[in-house]
Write a protein that binds this ligand. Structure first.
Ligand code: FAD
Ligand code: SIN
Length: 528
């Protein structure tokens, strides 16, 4: 029997939970009973959201202004951001953060006062980052999950993996990518504990599946970030946008062989941390007058260039001159991690850091309400491309975008709900003739090859030759994997690899198509 919902939410990070809680509160207020199914492929809190450190950006102090936040976002995005969307997010941000606070989210306050302690990060012209120590994301995730669990209409399904969206294609109809009358009716979802694929039908579906970090060898993203939502939407004839803009965080901790890479928050540089070469020399003055607090694309490229010049595997972040008591108060998690994992005493030791994939600025193209080109399918959070980030995301604007668009998607969902129709003839998942693959080693090895291709040829610095090589190699993996996929009963690892190959294809294709260097896209063969 299919599961039947009013609303299906795929993902339990800040984007999915913001949307689900809003819907639930709306219908509870109207005393209307609805079913909201939230599915998550592992435990509910295992999300990129949980690992966010620095905080959430918003205009909060008298000295700051919406205009300055808008301008900083435009500058960081290399003026490829959509100004209208930037204005929406910046203007609506404080109200949405106030709601997070009303759900019980704690942000640090200044000593002995009621004022929030606002931090600064790269590219921000003012202090506007609300944070909870250096574990802001874990605090937001905790509060949102508690809120969601307190609302009766929300049911959270953990260890349920969305395999494919259900759209008009499943009804045997032909729909092209730019047709405007495609519709979504939910998803086929694998119960990873029973191995069965079930229908999760819904009047409205939200993709909130997060990022794609695991297509790279070095990433700050947890293992759930495999681009599933983007690949599912693309297969269903959704539209991908700005996929070439991959953000590499300049300062992930250098720990060879460790995946994901532990992050050393940008707020550490905002606190006074200084980048140095292995010889202890500063170098950012050779790249940008904003030094270590220049936007991420510039800092990451500068570090990459210094590492290549010197043949070093990392550079250093120096916080030895910082007030230790204050540092440990703001960054207890980072301080403890450095000590426990590398034996570093940050009062006297420099922290070895290296750039690592961190964030995808592009994703599923959506409008100002989070609507995709497929009716009744929304996308919010890192899997979506609203136009906010342009060619490079400003630090701490991602959590902000997710809460603002979670709200906007909820508003549009409610407005359009009456128009949703559910066809009667949706077929069950058909895996006749498939078997459980005998050797998952094939999947593991293909995944390693994919990571290596993306890291070596589609990283911080690209060239036409590298991109072509990446596409040629990817095609071989694609063909091998498609054959395996056709013969196999679905499992999360097989589906994840399929999705990773698909998003890698989109990244390479869009990188090849962009002929000028902007923000995070830097191709040695481009003129600008
Ligand atoms: P996520 O929080 O990643 O949630 C994705 C959800 O989708 C998960 O529940 C997952 O299980 C589910 N899912 C995925 N695929 C499937 C599937 N096939 N089936 C079922 N479920 C699925 N941003 C900031 O603004 N400020 C910061 O300080 C900051 N720090 C960061 C630090 C780190 C280390 C990292 C990795 C990111 C940081 N970011 C920060 C970025 C930000 O955390 C993310 O962009 C944001 O949390 C994404 O939220 P989301 O809800 O879109 O996705
Ligand atoms: C960080 O703390 O440096 C991450 C902030 C972000 O990704 O926005």
């Amino acid at each position: 029997m299919p599961h039947q919902f009013d609303f299906l939410v795929i993902g339990s990070g800040i984007a999915g939970l913001s949307y689900a809680t809003k819907l639930a509160m709306h219908f509870e207020k109207l005393q209307q009973s609805v079913r909201i199914g939230v599915i998550t492929k592992v435990q509910a809190d295992e999300t990129n959201t949980k690992y966010a450190q620095g905080g959430i950006a918003a205009v909060w102090s008298e000295d700051d202004s919406f205009e300055k936040h808008i301008e900083d976002t435009m500058v960081a995005g290399d003026f490829l951001s959509d100004r209208h969307i930037v204005e929406i997010v910046v203007n609506e941000g404080p109200g949405r953060i106030q709601e997070l606070i009303s759900y019980g989210t704690r942000f640090d306050k200044e000593h002995g006062g009621d004022e929030y302690d606002l931090a600064k990060e790269g590219g921000h012209s003012d202090f506007r980052i609300l944070h909870f120590k250096d574990i802001t994301g874990a605090e937001i995730e905790r509060a949102l999950l508690e809120k969601a669990n307190s609302l009766k209409s929300i049911e959270i399904f953990t260890h349920f993996y969305a395999v494919e969206l259900i759209t008009r294609h499943q009804l045997g109809e032909t729909v092209h990518r730019y047709d405007t009358d495609n519709k979504c009716f939910g998803a086929y979802v694998l119960d990873t504990q029973t191995g069965k694929v079930e229908q999760f039908l819904a009047k409205t579906t939200l993709l909130a599946t997060g990022g794609i970090g695991n297509i790279y060898q070095n990433t700050t993203n947890p293992s759930i970030a495999t681009g599933d939502g983007i690949a599912m939407a693309y297969r269903a004839k959704g539209i991908g946008k700005d996929m070439e803009f991959i953000q590499f965080h300049p300062t992930a901790l250098y720990e060879p062989g460790k995946k994901p890479n532990f992050l050393i928050s940008e707020a550490v540089r905002g606190f006074g941390g200084i980048l140095r070469t292995r010889k202890g020399e500063t170098f950012m003055e050779n790249y940008d007058p904003r030094l270590s607090l220049a936007p991420r694309d510039i800092v990451a490229r500068a570090i990459d260039s210094e590492m290549k010049k010197a043949g070093d595997p990392h550079v250093y972040l120096d916080v030895t001159h910082c007030d230790y008591e204050k540092f440990i108060e703001h960054f207890p998690n980072i301080t403890a991690y450095c000590l426990d994992h590398l034996g570093l005493d940050i009062r006297k030791d420099y922290i070895p850091v290296v750039p690592a994939q961190h964030y995808l600025c592009g994703g599923i193209r959506v409008n100002e309400w989070g609507q995709t080109n497929i009716q009744f399918l929304y996308a919010v959070g890192e899997c979506s491309c609203t136009g906010l980030h342009g060619a490079n995301r400003l630090a701490s604007n991602s959590l902000l975008e997710a809460v603002v668009f979670g709200h906007r998607a909820y508003e549009k969902t409610v407005e359009l709900l009456d128009q949703a129709v559910m066809p009667a003839n949706i077929p069950a998942w058909n895996d006749a003739g498939t078997t459980h693959p005998e050797e998952l080693v094939l999947v593991t090895e293909m995944k390693k090859e994919l990571e290596s291709i993306m890291s070596n040829y589609v990283g911080i610095v690209r060239s036409n030759r590298r991109l072509k090589r990446a596409m040629d190699r990817l095609e071989l993996i694609y063909l091998e994997h498609e054959e395996l996929y056709r013969q196999s009963k679905v499992s999360a690892p097989i589906c994840e690899l399929r999705n990773m190959i698909e998003v890698a294809y989109l990244v390479i294709k869009m990188a090849m198509a962009r002929r000028e260097n902007s923000g995070l896209h830097f191709n040695l063969d481009n003129v600008k």
